[in-house]
Design a protein around this ligand. Sequence first.
Ligand code: NAD
Ligand code: GLY
Length: 368
Amino acid sequence: MRTVAVAGEGFRAYDVHVGQGLLAHAGDLIAPLSPRRRCAIVTDETVGGLHGARLIAALERAGVASTVVAIPPGEASKSFSRLAEVCDALLALDLDRGDQIVAFGGGVVGDLAGFAAAIYKRGVDFIQIPTTLLAQVDSSVGGKTAIDTPRGKNLIGAFHQPRLVLCDLGVLDTLPDREMRAGYAEVVKYGLLGDAAFFERLERDGPALLARDAGTLEAAVAHCVAMKAAIVAEDARDHGRRNLLNLGHTFGHAIEAETDFSLLHGEAVALGCALAFRFSAREGLCDGADAARVAAHLAAAGLPTRLDGAAGAPFAADRLLKHMRQDKKAEGGSLVLILANRIGEAFIAKGVDPGAVRDFLITEGALT
Ligand code: NAD
Ligand code: GLY
């Protein structure tokens, strides 16, 4: 097992444990944080069905009583109505401030349960047990919690850091290959934004990681978590450097919105990273060879890298641009993008010319 500490201004430090078989130790790790030895496990029906019994048993062995609150799987559960249902279930359990909410699932469960924990009785502790690769390397760490509205993704939420994060690599064995690949896009993102040597290792180790080789996974997940912890330590509230974690997301969110979320988040991020590098190359900021290398690696991992070939194509350039202008990073309607000087060196580009982005999207196959 590897442990990464997350610390920063304005929140209590916590550990992220990464290892094989951690679920069996969940009770021993959670019990010291739970004075009344009581928790609610918020999970989705798929994860609960596959792995819930093992978590409940591990908690029981450590004397921690748990009740399961299960939601339907999928992005649609990040809604006001589902949030209200979860809060109501917690109230019915009479969960109080000394008790824990355990978010047991992918990013959807983590974002929803984390937001419920942030607002329930003005805030209770929560523990993340992420069960997708994406959630292990990104969403479970750093305290961003949110739900979606019909106007866009993650628009209503709060910063609420977990008390503990347990990344059991064994639960990834049941993750569908497509979800594994989508999570891999976020792994690659870390190399692209700040660690060229890590990207190079992924070019070699990507296939082993996707095949769920335990050692490769443990090293890569812990590395991503450590990179995220360093960024969160510097900018927990996302006023600056943390924006770098959004590499590929401004293009990606626009494409997700236009495809009505039929692309998985990680797939949209992969395509977004390829576009961000190609746009950087077009603007003379980075070498075209780097952009080609990024796209080649993502494509080899089975991820989308072409706008014209993506599910939902062709896209209208103006519609994509409209979504990009609504991005949370946008300032007064002007575009803020994460661009790159090279692999391993991304930067925050403010005041990007929308006309240049529109022209670029058209060269990528978007409609005028
Ligand atoms: P997800 O939570 O929808 O999980 C994907 C699918 O995999 C679901 O159907 C789920 O039931 C299933 N699943 C989960 N674990 C499994 C397992 N071990 N075995 C079998 N099936 C399993 O999707 P995700 O990709 O984990 O998360 C995407 C969400 O995360 C998005 O809503 C995104 O906005 C959010 N996100 C948040 C942050 C953040 O910092 N808070 C960062 C990145 C993404
Ligand atoms: N996933 C982006 C962030 O945590 O800031």
